[in-house]
Structure formats: structure tokens, C-alpha cells
Design a protein around this ligand. Structure first.
Ligand SMILES: C[S@@+](CC[C@H](N)C(=O)[O-])C[C@H]1O[C@@H](n2cnc3c(N)ncnc32)[C@H](O)[C@@H]1O
Length: 202
């Protein structure tokens, strides 16, 4: 009975966007996309945080990116998104151009750790601003390494959302331990979808 209650708006986007998102959801497993409930939450969180500068680690075909870009319309913000699989990144770019033609996206192709080190150098040399929202959704075994790098690139008060915390707990356990014991972060695991961990830098 309770499972039949809708938890998010059944209709939110215009017809074209809705139809592309629904089409992408048919291949959700193949492209390892967020489910709609998590994507909707990600979108709301970015709006609530009034984020302007978002980093995504794990672009895939751009499904979550579309939800991020929709949220960034409010602030005219920028999405930097990393993916090492060129084919996926090119599908993502097409999806962004098709549905969010006026959005500001900086797609980065390559290994996340290497790209993050490059981005940090850009920030250090004053060529790029720090991020106010970071979405981690790539190689689960590298979450700790991602955190060590992105911690330096996140403004105070910024948020980190990490996916697959409950679905891949054995791989991300160290990440959870570090965040739960970190004096500069307030964190909570959200028990829906694949289980996401939300952390606020204090
Ligand atoms: C879970 S999927 C991302 C799904 C996407 N955020 C969404 O919800 O639409 C993870 C993506 O990260 C990419 N990836 C995995 N390890 C990576 C790494 N070390 N560097 C860059 N990309 C990586 C994979 O190719 C895959 O497309």
C-alpha cells in the first residue's frame, strides 16, 4: 500500500525534457544512472544550496548532469563533469546540447584523479573558482582519493553528495568512516535509491 504513494512530482519538466529523460531511464542499468528519486533530490539540493559551481565525478551519458543543469538555471551556474569513457562523454554532450542549449558545461575526459589534480592546479593559480557542490559517482574504490582532492576545492558551507553508499558499502566503507570522523564535515547517509551520503563542510 505505502509503496504505491508517489514520493516526488510525477510531472515536473516540459514535454520534450520529460520524454528524453524517460527514454534515458530505459537504459539506466547500462549507463549506471541515478534513479529518478535520487536525481530529483540532487536537483532540489542544488537549488536549496543556490549552487553556482558544481563538480560531478562520473558523467556517464549525462542523465544526472541534465538534472544538475536544470537546477543551475536558477543561478546561471556552471557544471564541470568528469568521465574517462569518451563515448559516454560524447553522448552526454549531445544530451546537454539538445535539452539545455544555454547551459554552461565544462566536460573533462580522463581519469578522475588526474583531472582533479589538474583542476586543483587551476584553482591554485586563480584560473578557476572553488566548487560549492560536488557530486561523487565514479569508481567506488577511489572515493577516498576523490575526497582528499575535492576537500581542498570545496568552499566552506559547500556540499558533497556521494552515491552508492549503501549498494557498495564494502567498497566505500573507508570513505564513510573518514567523513563521519571528520571535524570539518557534518554527514548523513540517506536511505533511498542506492543510498547517498550528504556531507556539509562546516
Ligand atoms: C555510476 S556512473 C555515473 C552515472 C551518472 N552520474 C548518472 O547518474 O547519470 C559512473 C561513471 O563514471 C565513469 N568512471 C568510472 N571510473 C572513473 C574514473 N576513474 N575516472 C573517470 N570516470 C570514471 C564510468 O565510466 C561511468 O560512466
Amino acid at each position: 500500500m505505502l509503496t504505491q504513494i508517489k514520493k516526488i512530482n510525477p510531472v515536473y519538466f516540459d514535454d520534450k525534457t520529460e520524454s528524453v529523460l524517460s527514454e534515458l531511464e530505459k537504459t539506466q542499468k547500462e549507463f549506471w544512472n541515478l534513479d529518478r528519486e535520487c536525481a530529483h533530490f540532487l536537483n532540489m539540493l542544488i537549488k536549496i544550496n543556490k549552487s553556482k559551481n558544481v563538480l560531478e565525478i562520473g558523467t556517464s551519458n549525462g542523465y544526472s548532469g541534465l538534472w544538475i543543469l536544470d537546477a543551475l538555471k536558477d543561478t546561471n551556474g556552471v557544471l564541470t563533469t568528469i568521465e574517462f569513457w569518451e563515448k559516454r562523454q560524447s553522448i552526454a554532450r549531445k544530451n546537454f546540447e539538445n535539452l539545455m542549449p544555454n547551459s554552461k558545461v565544462i566536460p573533462k575526459i580522463g581519469s578522475a584523479v588526474v583531472i582533479l589534480e589538474d583542476i586543483y592546479d587551476e584553482i591554485e593559480s586563480g584560473k578557476k573558482e572553488k566548487f560549492d557542490f560536488i557530486f561523487i559517482d565514479a569508481n567506488k574504490k577511489e572515493y577516498v582519493k576523490y575526497f582528499e582532492l575535492v576537500d581542498k576545492m570545496l568552499i566552506k558551507g559547500g556540499l558533497i553528495l556521494a552515491d552508492n553508499i549503501l549498494s557498495h558499502y564494502e567498497k566505500v566503507e573507508d570513505y564513510v568512516e573518514i567523513l563521519f570522523n571528520h571535524k570539518n564535515y557534518q554527514s548523513q547517509i540517506l536511505d533511498f535509491g542506492a543510498g547517498m551520503m550528504l556531507s556539509k563542510k562546516i
